[in-house]
Design a protein around this ligand. Sequence first.
Ligand SMILES: NC(=O)c1ccc[n+]([C@@H]2O[C@H](COP(=O)([O-])OP(=O)(O)OC[C@H]3O[C@@H](n4cnc5c(N)ncnc54)[C@H](O)[C@@H]3O)[C@@H](O)[C@H]2O)c1
Ligand SMILES: C[N+](C)(C)CC=O
Length: 489
Amino acid sequence: MTIKQQFIDGKWVHSNSNKVRNIINPFNQEVIAQVTESDESDAKSAITAARKAFDQGVWSSTPATERGQIVYKIADFIARDREELAELESLDTGKTMEESRGDMDDIAGVFRYYAEAADKDGGEIIDSPIPNSVSKVVREPVGVCGQITPWNYPLLQASWKLAPALAAGNTLIMKPSEITPLTSIKVFELIEEAGVPSGVANLVLGAGNTVGAELSVNTDVDLISFTGGIETGKKIMQAASVNVKKIALELGGKNPNVVFADADFETAVDQAMNAVFFHAGQICSAGTRLIIEESIHDEFVSALVDRVKNITLGNGFDEATQMGPLISEEHLNKVINYVEKGKKEGATIAIGGERPEDPKLQDGFFYLPTVITDCTTDMSVVQDEGFGPVITVEKFTTEEEAINLANDSIYGLAGGVWTKDIAKAERAVAKMRMGTVWINEFNLYFPHAPWGGFKQSGIGRELGKPGLDEYQETKHIFHNLKPESMNWF
Ligand SMILES: NC(=O)c1ccc[n+]([C@@H]2O[C@H](COP(=O)([O-])OP(=O)(O)OC[C@H]3O[C@@H](n4cnc5c(N)ncnc54)[C@H](O)[C@@H]3O)[C@@H](O)[C@H]2O)c1
Ligand SMILES: C[N+](C)(C)CC=O
């Protein structure tokens, strides 16, 4: 098996340690690839390359239109290699091919969006209050950017960082999750093919506490953009303080899905399932907290349970599969413990709550889609991010109670409301403390609209114009057209 390499200063190279990591298919635990395992010294080499490339101005002084054209080429190559990329993503994460193909389309869309945005900001002229002067504002790249991504949407989360950083003229070092690096490696081949100059985009592969920690603490890095868990986010924030790096954090969520009695019942049931069982619930914005109006609670739970019985678990490459495995044994154990804790706290397992018995699924990290009822807001299953195919159900009787339940969380990533009453929907979302709120929808995102969290779900925004702003410094240029002595001293 060829050992996949890191990409530093325009070259594919082995790590200094020469150590190798096996990459595992979560469906059957087969080794699907071997990658070089970077360490701090590799991260330092990549940072040096990115620093040099930035300081030489090779990319930042390339006209924005030209940068946009190169970023557009990356989008075209992703579209061209869609099937290969989707296969790598499904092998690596266990998600279905349909999901992976959808991800690749979204990813190409993100590169296109930022390619087009690259030359659209000509700065602005300020109406200066000082006579005989010109006051203008320009946007410049931040500098050297460290980018750290998680395993659940490996290339999608990478694209939200790579595309705006490149479009804005930065240099970067990306570190994908050590367990799902395959699509990121492939996209760096496409970045090279598109003609991004050497040293501008660098890829290191390896563990968070070595490579990721070096990116966070190194004073030659100007910005660190991280997507992942809240505890890692806190460590990165602390490390980044050493040189007051700019930080962008996309962290976890425990996302409420509020269903009022007047909602379109069938659609709300169907979408409540999509909200949580897509990618086996391993989605930051999964609608894991179902909050149902009491008058329809029993009927809703019963309809949900009936449909959950029919979810087909299996290999992501099998067209019949609706839900794949969890990412790893370690993560499976976390989900098992999370549900067991809920049981001890008095919640009821309406369906699921264990591993499947099907002999064909025993080599994979599968967990049954699970509905937990009799939940109260103080329970850990309601408050903690389980990150598995598990939905908890709470009841409410008044609009105010529904909103209070929805907001009762340290997180504030996303949430949804289902009702036919337009005024009620608008009242509800106005009070929900989350970065994204959906009315009669769940889990939708697109490149044009910003994404990010209130409260402990993060700092900053990705996607949309704010996603580009993260990678830009704002500079005010004041030009005195009639300089005169002040005669103050
Ligand atoms: N808000 C969002 O948009 C969003 C999107 C996807 C995932 N997530 C969150 O990601 C989490 C799941 O991902 P995960 O388990 O890979 O998260 P994680 O925090 O364990 O790891 C994420 C990345 O951080 C690296 N890392 C680990 N320790 C580090 C350290 N000390 N310093 C620097 N880097 C370090 C890892 O190697 C990995 O690349 C969930 O909480 C999920 O909600 C959030
Ligand atoms: C941001 N999103 C929804 C694509 C993936 C979250 O895990």
